[in-house]
Design a protein around this ligand. Structure first.
Ligand SMILES: N[C@@H](CCC(=O)N[C@@H](CS)C(=O)NCC(=O)O)C(=O)O
Length: 203
């Protein structure tokens, strides 16, 4: 088994944090994304979408998509549960993970990819106006998330989960996207500090 990893890029980082939280060690193959290594013939053959992360199993089976890769390991290593231990927990985690992916991660990612000069060969066409339009979308969702965290320790309730991984990676991604975390979001800050301090988050 081998995980093609993309260094600082947020989706590969989500898988690395997930694996660290689970205590799972697998061989990693670093890909130089700055040098467009993810578009090499080898990577394109594995993932025609030319995106990372990519997991290749021992029998050659290829898995892409961050959450699909996490789901694969979750079934093999259910403890500690990061995708829910009951039907309701699993659905609640899925709900908040999707909300965070679609409303925060995507907005931050669009702001970064559509405005940052280094992304001009990655995001074609690069539309600065669309990038700018996404900054307020990210901030609006953070307001909602702040209200939710007033009554919840973690993104999906009382237990740490993959939704927290998506959340913390999204907030960290705000820095290169040049979106400042507003001072008033005290519950987001409390949650962010707690999740950031977990050893796995350094992965
Ligand atoms: N939906 C995919 C997205 C993967 C993705 O977009 N990865 C980024 C790195 S964070 C990438 O490989 N980008 C390369 C590119 O845009 O050329 C997932 O969840 O894994």
């Amino acid at each position: 088994m081998k995980l093609y990893d993309g260094g600082r890029a947020p989706n590969p980082r989500r898988v690395r944090i997930y694996l660290a939280e689970k205590g799972i060690e697998i061989p990693m193959e670093p890909v130089d994304m700055g040098g467009l290594g993810h578009r090499s013939a080898e990577l394109t053959a594995l993932n025609p979408l030319q995106r990372l992360p990519v997991l290749v199993l021992d029998d050659g089976t290829v898995l892409t998509e961050t959450m699909a890769i996490c789901r694969y390991f979750e079934m093999l290593h259910p403890e500690p549960p990061l995708m829910g231990a009951s039907a309701l927990e699993a659905a609640t985690i899925e709900m908040w993970n999707r909300r965070l992916e679609l409303n925060l991660f995507m907005s931050v990612s669009s702001a970064f990819r559509h405005t940052h000069p280094a992304m001009k060969d990655w995001e074609v066409p690069q539309i600065a106006e669309w990038g700018e339009a996404n900054r307020p979308k990210a901030l609006a969702f953070l307001e909602l998330f702040n209200d939710h965290l007033a009554d919840n320790e973690f993104a999906a309730g009382e237990n740490y989960s993959v939704a927290d991984i998506t959340g913390v990676v999204s907030v960290d991604f705000m820095k290169p996207a040049r979106i400042a975390l507003p001072e008033g979001l005290t519950h987001v800050r409390r949650w962010y500090d707690a999740v950031s301090a977990r050893p796995g988050t350094a992965a």
